[in-house]
Design a protein around this ligand. Sequence first.
Ligand code: MN
Length: 213
Amino acid sequence: MVTQEHYGYNKLMANKYEEKRDFSRTPEPPPRQQQGGSGPLVFTVQKHSARRLHCDFRLEVDGVLKSWAVPAGPSADSRVRRLAVMVEDHPLDYASFDGLIPEGEYGGGQVIVWDRGTYSPDEGGELFFDDRERTQEQMRNGLAEGKISVFLRGQKLKGSWTLVKTKRGPQDWLLIKHRDEYAQSERDILDDGRSVISGLSIEDLKAGKTPEA
Ligand code: MN
């Protein structure tokens, strides 16, 4: 079981979130660790047009969003492995952040919530969406071991996915779709580039469209 070190690590990663950002300038949510939620753990995938367009894959664990930047975005094709670089923990509020980070600020550019939903670890095929204690313990162990398997119930991403740490770099993982009924190779899931919150795409935001307009 991973506890003490995990929380120390967590705090360190959350501090990085704060250090990188000026909250008087960015509309991104300020850092805070939220405990005591109820119901299944959440995941979110944001599409982020910063210096480079990428996706950010985030899983709720212990009151924060464990986060990976996925340069090429997720693929539902089980033969495809996508590099996922672990980045700093983000606050839970970030899961619904959809909008603009000002030019010149860290990660400046457009962000949309491309997908979101709930997840359960599914090691061994067993799902336990409603047992937060067990899901989070399993996630702590998976993070420490460098191997995570989760079942996603999103609007776009569904079924079983794995994140596996590689030796390529200290923060490098691979995001891979497991072979199951939700795997698909005929269609690129990234073709639908709209926010599940506003319905707007990155291109819409660049063209100055706003959710209210
Ligand atoms: Mn990003």
